[in-house]
Design a protein around this ligand. Structure first.
Ligand SMILES: Nc1ncnc2c1ncn2[C@@H]1O[C@H](COP(=O)(O)OP(=O)(O)OP(=O)(O)O)[C@@H](O)[C@H]1O
Ligand SMILES: [Mg+2]
Length: 603
């Protein structure tokens, strides 16, 4: 290269270069313009697309608009009304703060800004690829409309990277979905080639908004809530029984700002472990509220990632919130109305690709602007036992419950239990009936007890009156040798006797009809040959705990004494995740009186 003198780039060239950071495709234009509308306190936002946004993008709002002077100034780089100093950046609550979006978009399109405030007449500014063409007084209602035509037309290198109109429409829809999800109070309408793709009225709760976007998905969500120091978590995760391997919606919002964070998504998946089989992708809608000083939103050109000062607090609050949600009875499978939902295509207008929300695999993103408020759902996770409590406290906890049942001091009333077909335990609750699978329930109990034993040490071996001699296949014998230390810790005391033979001197006694020999043989076989259950384990402790829980649990077909049923019930509700066995199946299904009333035509 020959040496050329140093010169400052003309503005429109500088803007085109800057636009490369901000404006990647029509979806980024949509995102920036809708964010501006939200920052302007709009109550309704209309987004119109033609040709996937390549032909036209128009975003109209009824926000506070701009004066003539501001409208012109807003097209200069670093012109912003949202911050005044670098310090303001530390406490930022608006979406915008760089003052770059409008000039960047105007640099790469035929751009028109039409805006008016409540007190001044409207102004319309036209810019062609960075050059201001006109600037006229044109009256309009207060608010702003930005129209973007011919995006990248004179930048073939950029235009080349645009995808089909359908793909661009999908990406733009997703941008609107994200912002609609984080702002349920605002009405959104999205049209593509004159056809409505989304129409969401404002003033909704968060759950309404999720339902507006994905229909029945909302009925499969359970509220989550948690906090750690000054971090607050609110939102929803999907009931484990409704989780599917694909199509899960995974959104995260920090102080109302959608962001992506694969690490937090992984953490939620992790919290679901043992309640769903491997590979499920339960939906999650997570709002994180934190002092704006404690998060840096200025780390990504499109602001889609953030950096937390105290990530450990965020992670622990989120983990706690999800685990508590999964521990609640609401996370168990209901019978009837709120059964498994198949998320319908948004709006269902046409089953074409345009429909918003094939968001599954891009990590997290979106949540209400109401920072860290409690979930907007009416439902609240209830401490397990409150379900079986009568008296004043319970009445307060559940005002819809039956009234006047003796205002005694929150006495814990043991529910009466029945065993059905030697397989299920039925337990009445305040609002219906629990049906407990005795085998699955005992699996959960054993699994958690064995894991706790591994952590704390100490076994519960009972010496056998008559030691049992066992001979294994060569592979099994090798596995027994290898695992004998861990087997001892769960209570199996084995003594090698040569030639693949072992003497079992002591065994655990998880229930009265426990068959130590059969359980051990089945376990050794499973641990040697593998199975979906043990192969999903993360380490040897989990492998053994899962196998032992599965093989050692009370089986279907065993008649339980009333005391045994009671003990199983109590121990189940003492576990961390009573509603879910270790295979990713439910231990409990719920039947509510409401559902019965519905079926009998009472409501
Ligand atoms: N729809 C709108 N209604 C009212 N004012 C607007 C609207 N869009 C933009 N503005 C004004 O124009 C300014 C510039 O907008 P622009 O999007 O370029 O920058 P920003 O939002 O401040 O920061 P960022 O580049 O981070 O988005 C804003 O600060 C705001 O004052
Ligand atoms: Mg902006």
């Amino acid at each position: 290269m020959s040496r050329a003198p140093v010169e400052i780039l003309p503005d429109h060239v500088a803007n085109q270069i800057a636009a490369g950071e901000v404006v990647e495709r029509p979806a980024s234009v949509v995102k920036e313009l809708v964010e501006n509308a939200i920052d302007a306190d709009a109550s309704r936002v209309l987004v119109e697309l033609r040709g996937g946004g390549k032909t036209l993008i128009r975003v109209s709002d009824d926000g506070h608009g701009m004066s003539r002077g501001d409208a012109l100034l807003s097209l200069d780089r670093h012109a912003t009304s949202k911050i005044r100093s670098a310090d303001d950046l530390r406490t930022i609550r608006s979406f915008g703060f760089r003052g770059e979006a409008l000039p960047s978009i105007a640099a790469v399109s035929r751009f028109e800004l039409h805006t008016a405030t409540a007190t001044e007449e409207g102004v319309r500014v036209r810019v062609d690829f960075g050059k201001i063409r006109s600037n006229d007084v044109v009256p309009r209602q207060p608010g702003t409309t930005v129209t973007v035509r011919s995006l990248f037309r004179d930048l073939p290198a950029r235009a080349k990277f645009l995808r089909t109109a359908a793909a661009e429409t999908r990406a733009a829809s997703e941008a609107v979905v994200l912002l609609a999800l984080s702002n349920p109070d605002i009405g959104f309408r999205l049209e593509s080639n004159g056809r409505p793709l989304l129409d969401l009225t404002g003033g909704e709760t968060w759950l309404d908004r999720i339902e507006g976007l994905w229909g029945d998905l909302a009925a499969t969500l359970i509220p989550i809530e948690g906090h750690d120091r000054d971090v607050r978590i609110a939102g929803f995760v999907q009931r484990p029984d409704a989780a599917r391997p694909r199509g899960g919606r995974r959104y995260a919002f920090i102080n109302g700002r959608p962001f992506r964070d694969a690490g937090l998504v992984r953490l939620v998946d992790e919290a679901f472990r043992t309640t769903v089989v491997e590979g499920m992708r339960p939906s999650m809608f997570v709002r994180i509220g934190v002092d704006p000083e404690r998060v840096d939103v200025n780390v990504h050109p499109a602001k889609s990632e953030v950096r937390f000062r105290d990530r450990a607090s965020v992670e622990s609050a989120l983990h706690e919130a999800v685990r508590a949600g999964l521990a609640s009875l609401e996370s168990t499978r209901p019978i009837g109305a709120a059964a498994i939902a198949t998320p319908r295509e948004a709006l269902g207008t046409r089953p074409e690709r345009d429909a918003p929300g094939s968001h599954a695999d891009r990590g997290a993103s979106a949540g209400g602007r109401t920072v860290g408020s409690s979930p907007s759902s009416e439902r609240t996770a209830m401490p397990q036992m409150a379900l079986f409590v009568s008296g004043r406290e319970a009445d307060e906890a559940d005002p819809s419950g039956p009234e006047g049942e003796g205002a005694s001091e929150a006495a814990f009333t043991q529910p009466e239990l029945w065993q059905l077909h030697d397989r299920y335990i039925l337990a009445p609750t305040r609002d219906g009936l629990l049906v407990i699978d005795q085998h699955a329930a005992h699996e959960r109990v054993l699994y958690e007890e064995i894991m706790a034993r591994f952590e704390r040490g100490g076994g519960t071996a009972q010496a056998l009156l008559f030691p049992i001699t066992l001979r294994f296949s060569p592979a099994e014998a090798a596995a027994v040798e290898e695992l004998s230390g861990l087997l001892t810790r769960v209570g199996f005391e084995l003594e090698p006797f040569g030639d693949r033979t072992f003497i079992l001197r002591a065994s655990p006694q998880p229930h009265e009809r426990f068959d130590a020999e059969r359980c051990l043989r089945e376990m050794v076989q499973e641990l040697t040959e593998g199975s979906p259950l043990v192969d999903s384990a993360r380490n040897q402790h989990e492998r053994i705990a899962k196998s032992m829980a599965c093989k050692g649990a009370i089986k279907a077909g065993e008649r339980l004494s009333p005391e045994e049923a009671r003990e199983l019930f109590d121990r189940l509700f003492a576990t961390e995740l009573p509603g879910h066995d270790v295979h990713g199946r439910p231990t409990i299904v719920r039947l509510t009186v409401d559902e019965l009333d519905r079926r009998f035509g009472r409501s």
